[in-house]
Design a protein around this ligand. Sequence first.
Ligand code: AMP
Ligand code: MG
Length: 499
Amino acid sequence: MPNPAPPFDNTYARDLTGFYEPCRPDTVPAPELLFFNRSLANELRLGLDDQDAAALAAMFSGNVLPEGAQPIAQAYAGHQFGQFNPQLGDGRALLIGEVIDRHGLRRDIAFKGSGRTPFSRRGDGKAAVGPMLREVLIGEAMHALGIPTTRALAVVSTGEPVYRERTLPGAVLTRVAASHLRVGTFQFFAEHTTAEQVRQLADYAIARHYPELVGADDRYLGFLRAVAERQAALIAQWLHVGFIHGVMNTDNMAISGETIDFGPCAFMEAYDPRAVFSSIDERGRYAYEAQPHIARWNLARLAETLLPLIADNEGRAIEQATEVLDAFMARHQHYWLAGLRVKLGLHGQVPNGDSVDTALGESWLDLLHAQQVDFTLAWRRLADATAGDEAPLRALFSGQPGLDRWLERWRVRWAAEDAGADSAKERAKAMRRVNPWLIPRNHRVEEALAAASDEGNLAPFEELLKALQRPFDENPALSRYAEPASGEFMAEFRTFCGT
Ligand code: AMP
Ligand code: MG
């Protein structure tokens, strides 16, 4: 039986006329499928099982659009490194359509690198193989780590060169997102149109992402609070795996609460709260520890766009929005602390638990920082220590007395909670479920991308991608992927936006 056509239902194109420009993807000369995420395609019920690589390449290059697709370039604005740019938009992306997945969730399917659009400004609308495969690796790693994220469905090389600092092979990425609504989408309509259009956008976003608010009297304030809540939780998850987004401009913050726009992002190796890898982030605006503060700053920009909807009286609206923003750091801290406890193997509560546990976590991080210990391995080896094997943990630290003092505090904290029948082994197991053994190590990512982009050799990319699917399972056969990069590599390591 033939597969059904992808069941597109394009609400954004249908309901938000005026919020986008219709636009066709470029035709490409020699599409070749580099990556296809079959399990995601099945989750989306795309019905592509009987399509061969050539047919998939034709579809995911944009050469042959599936029935029901309705390509549009979405309008948005944004603060980039603090500077407002009123006119950004999909300059090299196109929303192809929306489908309802197996779980009943609406998902966007979009191209990146499919050519110029009315929003391209001086850009070529294109993307290169390396950065698009990088988005696959990091995005799929985030997904495997249990962190809300957009995902990669396919990457097709185009057979066309793209011109950057050097000539690179071109590619189109197909990305799947809960939606592509950004803080910057609200900024665009607040800047250029009437409050009525902002209301239309907000009602759309509420219906799509926060349906529990539909019809509520204070739904716009509720919307702001709900978006803030998801960001508070998301950023805590980032911090707990050492993720640095790298370019948290307001156009790169999703209303849905997913991680979006993997440009110069990277995972930290040796713990350093000021870590920043992006070549364009000279002042560390988007450093690791700055991320919650930046999220709050971005939410303030969202709040500004919603003020006319929150209350007729501007003073009252500001007051109410400010209350939400003022609560943000405490909400973030709440999620951070909850995550920290699980990472530390703590379950129960003790008197003054919040301050005791925050201090315990912070002194652990101070210790990692002072001794430049690998963030990921330190947590993982702490789980081993819980199970009775301290040697691997000790091997990471140069100064043993500091570690001894901290371990003593940790054990005292442990003993203070009523752990019931929870054996040390059970605790270690629980810790290993949240402290990954494997993250996308920067040197391994670079190595895989260089092989794919420079030599057309996809094997290292495929092996690394496979390894990253099970980040919590320690597997000696994969230990080369778990080892940190050398200090020299990390000292030189810079990430690029890939534009
Ligand atoms: P990004 O840094 O990828 O979040 O992109 C910021 C803005 O620049 C967005 O409006 C993009 O669509 C646009 N942009 C990035 N690269 C290109 C390109 N090669 N051609 C056209 N527009 C681009
Ligand atoms: Mg972006």
